[in-house]
Design a protein. Structure first.
Length: 393
């Protein structure tokens, strides 16, 4: 066979090869995306240069010159933009973490109540789900913010619901321990004790598999944590001084405060997300075969024991994947904090870009942060899902 004929056959087989066409299509798509990205980026930098706007992240070290009403770390207007964004990140993490915990607890209770044989309890749960799920979360945030500001009295007429605990339109104020080195060391010992509890649990489970004997690691772990922290408290001087809120002028001084902005954001996100978690819990409980519950009842287990030890462990394998989506949604919905004035990452990024003109850099920062948070949540939930999966022997 002549060389030209062989070449034509190789070319024909290459053209009609499904694998070759797929590789060629991928090269075209990748090249097209790369060209569009290069064009947009180069055009953006050229336009910024024409307007005299410098690019880069050096602005993060400049003085911010603005204050932040709510911060977990010390912050003054003399601090940098980078520290301001760190304050926003911590505020975002605080409301997201607490929102996930409260939404999970409320969603679990409402989901189980929805399955209750008590008609009134089941109807109340159904109304709760349909009410808060069908109202946009942004409207709920605005509603709770308006309610707190208008329904609660001014600081001079604050409601003292408990000794030194005040409710006013400036938020909820309550006493906290005054600053003392003992609390830092108590926190360190608490973390170490938790590691000890985890190791104790691993030993107890291995001991049970080896000998068949159970060890009450839960009570032993609780005693370990309480005793170790209490001993640290005594060794460090047993501080008793408290910082209590006191009305001075038109506002309170001292103590700790939950601001109206934080409360409205936390309540809105919690109630909205808990409705979806309630349906996830309900669908998970329905996925467990009815015979499991009937067999547990025949064995003499109480309904609460059946739920906790038989139904829930099996239902959790169905619930974990959709729960991951709801946790991600709650974290991303926290960016609506700007609507109620809560200084989260997005809100402080907007302030930063307005003052510096570094819009692209500021947006890229909070996009990267939210991407990182989402990946961490997904990785943790995937690990937990694999841990809860059935292991065939």
């Amino acid at each position: 066979m002549s060389e030209p004929l062989k070449s034509r056959k190789r070319l024909s087989s290459l053209i009609y090869s499904e694998k070759a066409r797929g590789v060629f299509a991928q090269i075209l798509v990748t090249g097209g995306i790369a060209f569009i990205a290069w064009y947009l980026i180069s055009n953006t930098f050229e336009n910024l240069a024409n307007q005299g706007i410098a690019t880069g992240y050096s602005f993060l070290s400049l003085e911010s010159s603005f204050g932040i009403s709510e911060h977990m770390i010390e912050f003054t207007p003399a601090d940098s933009y980078g520290r301001a964004l760190m304050v926003g990140f911590l505020n975002t993490m605080k409301v997201s973490f607490l929102g996930i915990i409260f939404a999970t607890l409320i969603g679990f209770v409402v989901g189980v109540s929805r399955m209750s044989k008590n008609w009134i309890l089941s109807r109340i749960a159904a109304v709760y789900i349909n009410l808060f799920r069908n109202i946009p979360v942004l409207l709920q945030l605005i509603f709770w913010y308006t309610l707190i500001n208008n329904a609660l009295p001014s600081p001079k007429r604050a409601l003292e619901v408990l000794p030194d605990v005040f409710f006013s339109n400036r938020g909820v104020l309550f006493p906290v321990p005054a600053d003392h080195p003992a609390y830092f060391w108590m926190g360190v010992v608490f973390v170490i004790a938790l590691v000890g509890v985890w190791l104790l649990r691993r030993w107890a489970l291995a001991h049970r598999d080896r000998t068949g004997q159970t060890f009450p690691y839960a009570w032993a772990g609780l005693a370990l944590v309480v005793v170790s922290v209490f001993i640290t408290y005594l060794v460090c001087g047993a501080p008793t001084e408290m910082s209590t809120p006191v009305l001075k002028g038109f506002n309170f001084k001292g103590g700790a405060k939950l601001s109206p902005e934080f409360l409205s954001l936390l309540i809105g996100l919690t109630l909205y997300t808990s409705t979806y978690i309630a349906d996830i819990v309900r669908s998970g409980l329905l996925s467990v075969p009815k015979g499991q519950e009937e067999a547990s009842t025949d064995l003499g287990l109480k309904p609460s024991q059946t739920l906790m030890h038989v139904v829930l462990p099996q239902a959790s394998r169905v619930m974990i994947p959709p729960l991951t989506s709801q946790y991600l949604n709650l974290t991303k919905n926290s960016s609506l904090a700007v609507a109620v004035g809560y200084p989260d990452l997005v809100s402080l990024s907007n302030t930063t870009m307005n003052q510096t003109g570094q819009a692209i850099e500021a947006i890229s920062i909070f996009m990267a942060v939210y991407l990182g948070i989402s990946l961490v949540i997904s990785l943790f939930m995937n690990w937990y899902n694999k841990k809860m999966a059935l292991v065939e022997r």
